[in-house]
Design a binder for this molecule. Sequence first.
Ligand code: AVJ
Length: 315
Amino acid sequence: MLDAPETAWQHDAFRDDVIAGLSRPRKTLPSRWLYDDRGCRLFEEITRLDEYYPTRTETTILRDQAAAMAGFAGPAPVLVEYGAGAAVKTAILLEALRPSLYIPVDIAGDFLAQSAARITRRFPELKVRPVIADFTADFDLPAGLPAGVPRCGFFPGSTIGNLDAEETSAFLCRMRAHVGTGGTALVGVDLRKDLDTLLAAYDDRAGVTAAFNLNLLTRINRELGADFPPGGFSHEARWNARESAIEMHLVCRRDCLVALEGRRFAFRAGESIHTESSRKYDLDSLAALAAPCGWAVEHGWTDRDRLFAVAGLRA
Ligand code: AVJ
């Protein structure tokens, strides 16, 4: 299990993040660790739930507005996708944009290679250059990209909503540097809306989101040898108005002590671990974050019910 260098490195990063997060007065775990194999499968299942509107709404927007987006991005652009998991959405965009080069960026090398191979099977003519990188940290695009060819960044899925304020600004500036002056970006953002709709999307009746959230404790038990008691925590979705974010929490049902890597962490009944924030935007709040990096929000392609938007940014 631990022989691949990528896996060993990941294991250490996971352990450090868990220990740091559980040592804080308000306990927290970074949402990126929700996505082990089972977490990825559960997330897939979430995207098919009635209550979870973002994935199907964004796909519809891309389908309906792909031609306009292609006009916006310019002819035969270099397309850079941040996070390489959005098979269906990527295909829609590749079909419409006809890029001269596609650069999928992801931290998971094996997953990236698989999705690059799938894209190549579907678009045999397309040049694909995967880049293994963590898009929440600085990295360079491959050297020698053609000059004078427009570049377009693609950040779908409202993944931007999972970044904190600092990460969001840094990400927008990084993507601006990648595409250069005159470049564009297509960014999927989940829009502010009534609380019932939002809370249902993150606390579905079938309990899939609960299983997705609780899986993080199972993963910590398995990979870090911890002893979180089964059934000791419950899933909760909360609205944080100040942050304009839905938060996922794991709430402790009764006082308990958890051992992990020679340490002990005490939990009081009712205490929570904050595992994810999913920020909800409107186009103005996105524009305010993007402007200092040199972006203008030129378009907000949306659905009939204004649930979700694909923002068109120009540098
Ligand atoms: C990763 C941004 C698509 O925040 O909506 C779904 C993750 N968490 N249900 C989101 C998630 C709980 C999701 N995205």
